[in-house]
Design a protein around this ligand. Structure first.
Ligand code: NAD
Length: 380
């Protein structure tokens, strides 16, 4: 068969090479609603795949495939690190979220998700909203991240911000021998759903802030809070955040902000934030390490939202979510210690920890064929 494909179709062979690290890739096509989507399941060693679905006007099918493969692979580590019984997956819908959305399109997508019969759970990501997935959930039970009124866990930025605060405390403990947030200066980039909550809590604890946001509204809101708490907030222009005189940099806006240019400027002792994909390239973890800046891997710090989304599938319990989010503190501490012990970057230490969890699961006897229902995996 392989021989046959090799001769007759170069494209097929290229695709199998491209997805060789993944378990399954599904192309979804529904001309009646205009849905064109790809679902990638990277690894289900720990449980059914879990990951959001992004909608984006990809320039080519190749770009969409590239994105879904990369993002689903990242989810395997993210789930392993968050100590949840799920594997890595992701969906992408090809289209402009501003122009090409309809309830029918998301219902069609829900049917495709349903056809995977519980191998893939999904919800919102860039370009999609909870309302979109309320439509999809009419067709399948394998949806999460929906509003509380529909049985979901609600605003995921609350546990995400909690996780950042635990990451900050662990970092203070490691660097200064005292986890207290008070009395130190934190540089925050982005005062949106996560950054604002972190900033507010830091002010309440008596910390000093240097902040930046491209939204004037976000800046005036934090200034109001600072005034009411008699807190100390310095506002800087966008680029000014990188060379701010602060103890810890907290990126809560966009990705790729730890790069050749910005790392050169940083004066902080650590970087601990919620933004996804903070490192422009993996080698920037080494650049930070070499400069003596402690980097808390983003996917460990920002796992609170994922923990909540996963918990929804067992009945959305806020107390349980916060309890699991608290484990981020210990996780970060262990990663710092391992990095020091083995003279490796914190990113390598984090990735190694995830691989260990996968190996343990692979080597464990599974007496019964693993059911894909999360209830089974959770209570087993
Ligand atoms: P958000 O959109 O609510 O907030 C982002 C904020 O950053 C906005 O106020 C925006 O004006 C500001 N911003 C954008 N570009 C900027 C720039 N160049 N300089 C300064 N400020 C800028 O997003 P959010 O939900 O708070 O998420 C923040 C980050 O954390 C994102 O990278 C997101 O992917 C990541 N994250 C969020 C969650 C969650 O639960 N919300 C979970 C995991 C990861």
């Amino acid at each position: 068969m392989k021989q046959q494909l090799d001769q007759s179709s170069k494209v097929s062979m290229d695709i199998f090479e491209k997805i060789s690290g993944h378990e399954q890739v599904v192309f979804c096509n529904d001309p009646s609603t205009g849905l064109q989507a790809i679902i990638a399941i990277h690894n289900t060693t720990l449980g059914p795949a879990l990951g959001g679905t992004r909608m984006y006007p990809y320039a080519s099918l190749e770009d969409a495939l590239e994105d879904v493969l990369r993002l689903s692979e990242g989810m395997t580590n993210k789930c392993a690190a968050a100590d949840i019984d799920f594997g890595g997956g992701k969906g992408v819908i090809i289209g402009d979220p501003k122009k090409e959305k309809s309830p029918a399109l998301f219902r069609a997508y829900g049917q495709f998700v349903d056809s995977l019969n519980g191998r893939f759970y999904t919800g919102t990501d860039m370009g999609t909203t909870m309302d979109d997935f309320v439509q999809a959930a009419k067709e399948t039970n394998f949806i999460n991240g929906i509003p509380e009124e529909f049985g979901g866990g609600g605003d995921s930025s609350i546990p995400t911000a909690e996780g950042v605060l635990y990451g900050l405390k662990a970092t203070n403990q490691y660097l200064f021998g005292d986890e207290a947030l008070a009395g130190k200066t934190y540089a925050i980039q982005g005062l949106g759903k996560v950054g604002f909550k972190v900033a507010q809590q830091l002010l309440q604890e008596g910390a000093n802030l240097v902040v930046t946001d491209i939204s004037e509204e976000a800046i005036s809101e934090i200034q109001e809070i600072a005034d009411s708490l008699q807190g100390n907030v310095t506002v800087v222009a966008s680029e000014g955040i990188y060379d701010a005189d602060a103890d810890i940099f907290i990126p809560c806006a966009i990705g790729g902000i730890l790069n050749d240019v910005t790392i050169e400027k940083l004066k902080v002792k650590a970087v601990v934030g919620s933004a996804n994909n903070q490192l422009k390239e993996d080698y920037h973890a080494k650049a930070l390490h070499d400069k003596g800046i402690l980097y808390a891997p983003d996917y460990i710090v920002n796992a609170g939202g994922l923990i909540q989304v996963a918990d929804e599938l067992y009945g959305a319990n806020k107390a349980r979510v916060l309890l699991k989010t608290k484990a981020i503190y210990q996780s970060i501490l262990e990663i710092y210690q391992q990095s020091e012990l083995d003279a490796i970057t914190t990113l390598e230490a984090a990735n190694r920890k995830c691989q260990q969890r996968l190996e343990e699961q692979r080597s464990r006897n599974n007496f019964f064929k693993r059911d894909k229902s999360p209830k089974w995996t959770f209570y087993k």
